[in-house]
Ligand binder design. Sequence first.
Ligand code: ADP
Length: 405
Amino acid sequence: MPSLPILVLNSGSSSIKFSIYEAGDGERTRLLEGAVDGIGTDLGKFWIKDEGGNKLVDQTPALPNRAVAFKIVADALHSGDFPAPAAIGHRTVCGGPTVRENQLITPRLIDEIDSYAALAPLHTPIAVYIMREALRLFPGTPNFAILDTYFHRTIPEVAARMPIPDEYVALGVRRYGYHGISYESIIYQLQPNVPEKLIVAHLGNGASISAIRGGKCLDTSMALTPTSGIISGSRTGDIDPGVLIFILKKIAETTSGALDAAEKLENVVSKQSGLLGVSGLSNDMRDLRESIQEGNARARLAVDKFTWTIARWIGSYVAELNGLDMLVFTGGIGENDIASRAEICAGLGALGIVVDPVRNNVRGEAVISAESSPVTVRVIPPAEDLIIVNHVVRLLATPSAELSF
Ligand code: ADP
């Protein structure tokens, strides 16, 4: 395949991030990256940097809505100042039960993904909006949906099935798993020496952990929604269902419609809980570490809850894998928060996980386990855009191979 500029789009609730790679057979060069940030505000940010990190665009436009924000990106990429994309890869958080393969985006595919928006209400509506806009603003350019759930399609039914009645399972309720593109990027970076028994902890604002055997996902902590699993910035993680029923009944006392009450509950479990809920201060690990330095007990408890949960999860995955060869930390906290890594691993010596405090005193890529540690512990930053580009290149080469819609 000749080298082509491939655009990667990663849309979130208030931003659209993008990058362009020059990609051909084996060749991957990032030409630029950029973002429109602050959607919904009068003073947004729009920037583009070249591969050397030099700012090519640095503006503060009004970004009243997503349409305006995406038009700004499309106009810039059509201006002739930058390489016009030959194909576009959309990071797609959840395709629902029917869209499990990465594939070409058609209007029908978008409708199919949209029909399961209720399963991932915080992510899918944004993703399908940007897909529709991209088909409109980049006519003739192939667009591909690259799914975070794709990596997790190998998890066995015993992990995927929810212990609930069939009538809800039939609606698509199951463990999908998230951060899949990040996990794929860790496997990619470990090649050709991917350990047989691997645990990867993706610890960012959202946090999840996966058990991976022979490069394939065996189990992952996030389930139907990214709210599940380990506690994260503002999400509960797994919680006694009775707590949800209790909170819902409390909300219902002062809320009229059932759907309104459900939305308020969703807001509590995904935006007001986790590190933010326990600390009462912040969802951000850097803030919490600062507060701990100042002696704040609530910040200490929030971070202890976080590291304690992750250590327990690692323990259960060692049991599920029946051993462990390597533990990898990734994501903003996994890469940068030296103290979290030390605290998570502090009680895991019996599992063969021994971190060297000197080696751990690092940010970014490193081996941090002690020489004597039976399990290798590493820090590896994710390379998600590269994985999206890899999938797009593969799909461009076999355009009809994976079309299920
Ligand atoms: P997202 O899930 O939004 O992509 P990131 O992977 O960027 O999130 O991770 C954000 C988290 O990483 C925040 O809690 C932030 O405080 C934490 N983080 C980033 N840099 C540091 C640092 N130097 N020390 C401690 N925590 C950090």
